[in-house]
Design a protein around this ligand. Structure first.
Ligand code: AP5
Length: 214
């Protein structure tokens, strides 16, 4: 099964992808995570990407398409995957269609998570990530047992560089301008399903599972 989670920054894509992995064993391909890992390593790609990521702008399509082309050809993607954060533009969506056609695969469903800007700011300013294992928390909605420490590995919890209010606003406006046209793109292909992403994590998860199992 190939699923796309489409939604604004802080919409809950990463949170739901982790839960769907636990239920269906579908691996999560998060382009944001791939870029952050390159930025952390200080690779050439990371340095280039950081010029965009730090400002809340999209990394150019050709770079992102090369990343996805390489990643979906990996062995662990054979039985399907969840795309979290890709595609984000019409050229990326068209390139994905071509890549999948070459692999004789197709997208099963695109789940568009609808969440308004007020929710996003609260969710993103409160998000914390483990600096060691990457596990995600929220200071109000899913706090760690011990403040500032990861429940799983004890690593220090940190805030993402681009989770500052000003950058969040920029990311949201970029999403509206460049990513929302994908809603119509996938509606025309009759594979788009919308979910209200404003409920709590469990209720949004149940809505997504019911769509997958339609
Ligand atoms: P990326 O990492 O993909 O960021 P994003 O799309 O902005 O999404 P987020 O990771 O911020 O949010 P999410 O929807 O996963 O929410 P989460 O589940 O964590 O991309 C970062 C940057 O990389 C981009 O800005 C761009 O520069 C670049 N990039 C990446 N892909 C690209 C591409 N294809 N093309 C070009 N550039 C690209 O939830 C957020 C918080 O809310 C968490 O704390 C969570 O615990 C909490 N939460 C989640 N769900 C709920 C709920 N239902 N109720 C209460 N709290 C909740």
């Amino acid at each position: 099964m190939i699923l796309i989670l489409l939604g604004p920054p802080g919409g809950g894509k990463g949170t739901q992808a982790v839960k769907l992995f636990e239920k269906y064993g579908l691996i999560q391909i998060s382009t944001g995570d791939i870029l952050r890992s390159e930025i952390k390593k200080g690779s050439g790609l990371g340095k280039e990407a950081n010029q965009y990521v730090s400002k809340g702008l999209l990394v150019p399509d050709d770079i992102m398409i090369r990343i996805i082309e390489k990643r979906i050809a990996d062995d662990d993607c054979k039985n399907g995957f969840i795309l979290d954060g890709f595609p984000r533009t019409i050229p990326q969506a068209k390139a994905l269609d071509e890549l999948l056609e070459k692999l004789a695969k197709k997208i099963d469903k695109v789940i568009s998570m609808i969440v308004s800007e007020n929710f996003l700011i609260e969710r993103l300013t409160g998000r914390r990530l483990c600096s060691k294992c990457g596990a995600g928390y929220h200071i109000k909605y899913s706090p760690p047992k011990v403040q500032g420490k990861c429940d799983t590995c004890g690593g220090e919890l940190i805030q993402r560089e681009d989770d500052k209010e000003e950058t969040i606003k920029k990311r949201f406006s970029v999403y509206q301008d460049q990513t929302t046209p994908l809603i119509e793109y996938y509606q025309k292909k009759s594979i788009l399903r919308e979910v209200n992403g404003e409920g709590d994590v469990e209720s949004v998860y149940r809505l997504i599972v019911s769509i997958i199992e339609e």
